[in-house]
Design a protein around this ligand. Structure first.
Ligand code: ASP
Length: 303
């Protein structure tokens, strides 16, 4: 039975400063348009979340792709996951240093590999063998982030003193979509946390933590301080609650309350079920989001 498509995207949950609001809103709107373009041409939910995330990976505003936070050694290390709610197929990459669009490699893993997850050089080799060109790590680094790392390291003398405050930037990007066939999908992509240890993997690219999709439950993408989100397997936690009858709108709020009450975590979530019902929630001062349905189009930095 044909379904009305739905697309929701986010561009990170934190205290987005006033002078960065416009860039965040423009970024999530552009992502929403690209994802919607795919959906309205009969593309799948998977196509929509991939295209939406690529736009935000290419946008230096966000902590994904070029312009991401630097790790302790001044390198960009990227993680991404994409998941198909129709089949439960998934593709993930972690700690990649030479991919402009990790979500494209994740999609290739989903479609062309019997495996689900590749990390570091193995992920880059897989991508190259499947026609995705590699870049240099320096191509992903921008001056703003070199300066941000320098300042952070000078302030904290290398310790992660204030790394986990809700005001610290969390510009991870993600999307959830429902297509005309009634299938849902989710994708999340990140550069992780500022000054992270090399090899540190966050929640974003882990199934059920930063990203999840199952047509019988829901599609979810999260952002925020990754370690607590991982410990609670938060995306799957939320999807399961939708399956047991709760509205995504409420479940997204409950999930973020649970994150805060259980582990003092902070972040945000977008959640969508196969009936097109969605939720957007965060406990940080702001979160960039945009959504589109056949009858509604909106974007904001607060919910
Ligand atoms: N969740 C991401 C991580 O911990 C960071 C973010 O959302 O900005 O890697």
């Amino acid at each position: 039975m044909p379904t009305d498509p739905v697309l929701v995207v986010h561009g990170g949950a934190w205290a987005i400063p006033d002078d960065m609001v416009e860039a965040h809103l423009a970024g999530v709107r552009n992502a929403m348009r690209a994802g919607w373009h795919a959906l309205s041409r009969g593309g799948s939910a998977l196509d929509a979340v991939e295209e939406a995330v690529v736009i935000m990976e290419d946008d230096e505003t966000f902590d994904a792709g070029r312009g991401s936070f630097l790790n302790r050694e001044g390198k960009v290390q990227l993680d991404a996951l994409i998941m198909d709610g129709a089949t439960l197929r998934a593709g993930g990459v972690g700690c990649v240093e030479r991919l402009r669009n990790p979500v494209r490699a994740a999609r290739k893993i989903l479609s062309d590999s019997p495996h689900v997850y590749f990390v570091a050089e193995g992920a880059e080799r897989f991508a190259e063998e499947h026609g995705i060109p590699l870049c240099k790590n320096e191509d992903l680094i921008i001056a703003r982030e070199v300066e941000r790392l320098r300042e952070f390291q000078a302030r904290s003398a290398g310790e992660n003193a204030d790394l986990f405050a809700p005001t610290i930037s969390h510009d991870t990007v993600g999307a959830v979509a429902l297509d005309c066939e009634g299938y849902i999908a989710a994708a999340t992509s990140t550069g992780g946390t500022l000054n992270k240890a090399p090899g540190r993997l966050g929640d974003s690219s882990l199934i059920g933590c930063g990203c999840y999709a199952d047509n019988r439950t829901a599609a979810a993408s999260t952002t925020g301080w990754g370690e607590p989100i991982m410990k609670l397997v938060l995306a799957k936690w939320a999807a399961d609650r939708v399956a047991s009858g709760s509205l995504p709108e409420w479940v997204a709020l409950e999930a973020i309350n649970y994150l805060e009450s259980r582990l003092n975590g902070h972040g945000g979530m977008i959640l969508l079920d196969a009936r097109g019902r969605f939720g957007i929630a965060h406990n940080t001062p702001r979160m960039a989001w945009a959504l589109k349905t056949t009858g509604q189009e909106a974007a904001g930095i607060q919910r």
